[in-house]
Design a protein around this ligand. Sequence first.
Ligand code: 5GP
Length: 210
Amino acid sequence: MSKRGSLIIISGFSGAGKGTVVKALTAAHDNYALSISATTRDPREGEVNGREYFFKTTEEFEELIRQDALYEYAQYVSHYYGTPKAYVQEQREAGKDVILEIEVQGALAVKKMNPEALLLFVTPPSAQELKRRLVARGTESMEVILQRLARAREEAKLMDQYDYLVINDDLNACVEEIHRLVMRERLRMQENLDFVEKIRGELDEMTSGK
Ligand code: 5GP
């Protein structure tokens, strides 16, 4: 049986380029499975139901909450966002490193349930650059951009609870930095207790005089 995959949480301010980073990461390496969230926000141009998100009405989303079908959920700028449970479990059992691209409250809730989860915070090099990227994206009104910057200010208060900071200046460098962190995490002793048991057994046998 393959070893269970890791749980990797990638957060960052809206406009930090997380979406692009995650797409490039999963395209470059085949050990990842990206969880697709449910949300009540409207699709942006080019977004497809079931690819970027499962787009839901508020009633449908609240039904998912009632059915306990979500691993975590949070409200972000007046919409619900949540991670469907089943996919995360199935993919990890299949040995995939599952990525959740979620905001800070959800991330910290997952860390509480799974202390072994790897929390990465992706940020542009400066607040000025963050605003520039949000404006350049052109998908939100100035009102929503200002709400998202206000939210970023709140998220910055919690970012020091993450395991690693990843500065997204150069896309490829950022992607490979994340991949290195994930690969290194796999070597943690606590993640390799099966191996530890195996080699202990082998050494016992080898030295017991049989
Ligand atoms: P956006 O509307 O820009 O796609 O996402 C807004 C925020 O919601 C981002 O910070 C994104 O990471 C977060 N988000 C997306 N899916 C989930 C989820 O399933 N749970 C939580 N807690 N946050 C999510």
